[in-house]
Design a protein around this ligand. Structure first.
Ligand code: SAM
Length: 286
């Protein structure tokens, strides 16, 4: 019976991660996925909690429970993650988009880049992963030209599939390392959530399921931010903005780095928890 299987799943403890248990919501989402239903159909589940499970359904549910208890992100298991109101398909080829990154999108939508008359605002998402930021910008600003790139071919495949599913086909996607992918273009806005975890950081063991190239960036975690900030100076139109997500303890270092490179109006913005997790500045022609 569905109800019994759900209760048993919540009593399980992971053999590998001491104490890790499933929440009620997680067990319900896994059950819906095992039954081939959308994870949003919790009302259906409550109405059917006395239904019998076939042997195959019970086995499939148990396999999903084991994966979750071994620490695999829920988004990879159910292959879905909501970001900025968009339903994205994700898997282990891309970082799971985080709710914190929505603060970066909010900021990008707020900065008014002075676009020359007759030209569209052109925004670039660097290290697009699942396409989360680029898709949120394109969805919110149908009048912008949105571009996105990543050094991972596999990530770009996921991002382009998301764009197709969401009907946001006017984004231009490119494969390449940071701004080398855009040799001839100029942008009003460059946004990035790059890798920013220091090699050897204590948080890395909890992130083993996500691609390492999406996570780490040198000894202090700032190697990629340094490269992007330097390269963006050649790629921003005068008055254009560079906005970067970074770690909870990196805001002062990122602001200093931007100021040293000559960016103006350098500032940080808080995430949902009130911690400064994005910093940026505008490019003024000397
Ligand atoms: C932290 S993830 C962010 C993914 C997505 N933007 C998000 O917010 O969910 C960083 C992304 O940068 C990409 N990346 C890493 N090094 C890169 C490089 N040198 N050039 C371009 N992209 C890179 C990774 O493949 C990964 O998709």
């Amino acid at each position: 019976m569905i109800q019994t299987a759900l209760l048993e799943a919540q009593l399980h403890r992971s053999p590998t991660a001491a104490g890790l248990a499933l929440t009620r919501l997680e067990s319900q989402m896994l059950m819906l996925h095992a039954l081939g239903r959308s994870t949003s159909e919790r009302a259906w589940l409550l109405a059917h909690d006395q239904d019998a499970l076939s042997a195959a359904q019970a086995k499939s549910f148990q396999a999903l429970v084991r994966r979750r208890l071994a620490g695999e992100p829920m988004a990879y298991i159910v292959r879905r993650k909501e970001f900025f109101g968009l339903d994205l398909q994700v898997d282990a080829r891309v970082l799971v988009p985080r709710a914190d990154t929505e603060a970066l999108v909010d900021w990008a939508l707020d900065v008014s880049a002075p676009t020359p008359q007759g030209l569209k605002t052109t925004a670039l998402d660097l290290g697009t992963g699942s396409g989360a930021i680029a898709l949120a910008l394109a969805h919110s600003r149908p009048d912008w030209q949105v571009c996105a790139s990543d050094a991972s071919d596999a990530a770009l495949t996921v991002a382009q599939a998301n764009a197709q599913r969401l009907g946001l086909s006017r984004i231009e996607w490119r494969l390449g390392a940071w701004l080398a992918a855009w040799p001839a273009e100029r942008f009003d806005l460059i946004v990035s959530n790059p890798p920013y975890i220091a090699q050897g950081d204590a948080h890395l063991p909890a992130l083993v399921h996500e691609p390492i190239q999406a996570l780490t960036s040198g000894a202090d975690g700032l190697d990629d931010i340094r490269q992007i900030a330097q390269q963006a100076l050649q790629k921003l139109r005068p008055g254009g903005w560079l906005l970067l997500e970074h770690g909870h303890d990196q805001a002062a270092a990122v602001r200093a780095l931007l100021q040293n490179l000559g960016y103006a109006q350098v500032q940080s913005k808080p995430d949902l928890a009130g911690i400064a997790r994005c910093s940026g500045g505008s490019f003024q022609r000397q």
